[in-house]
Design a protein around this ligand. Sequence first.
Ligand code: RB5
Length: 146
Amino acid sequence: MNLAIGSDHAGFNLKEAIRLYFERREHYFVDCGTFDPFERVDYPDYAKKVCETVLSGEASFGILVCGTGIGMSIAANKFAGIRAALAYFPDMAKLARAHNNANIIALGGRVMGEELAIWCVESFINTDFDGGRHQLRVEKLDRLAK
Ligand code: RB5
């Protein structure tokens, strides 16, 4: 699967851990940065790059990491066509796909361990949208962004 990933300085270490783990399992990444954990950067800039990569179709899903995941999710949800979900537990990640058809997962590098974050990403990318009664709700969500 092609995935887009991006972080600010606070999310850099977790971004790298996630990327390495999934690259070893034959997933492909568009790494949108940041590439230097010692330079303070602004999370909206990286959210924008990942959102544009997902919206272009170059990646099936996006992964965004900042200190808490909150800033990244707020930024990503400004983009029409993006449904970004903050997920601290695998079930949140799973339901974000099944019910909300989320196309971006936001994670917190300062509040989550690597294993938990990887488990959340696994749950996210391996869950299909349920459709059915959730379809109309997601269409209404998307109309709010227009
Ligand atoms: C950076 O210090 C921090 O504010 C940022 O990574 C993020 O947690 C914002 O939501």
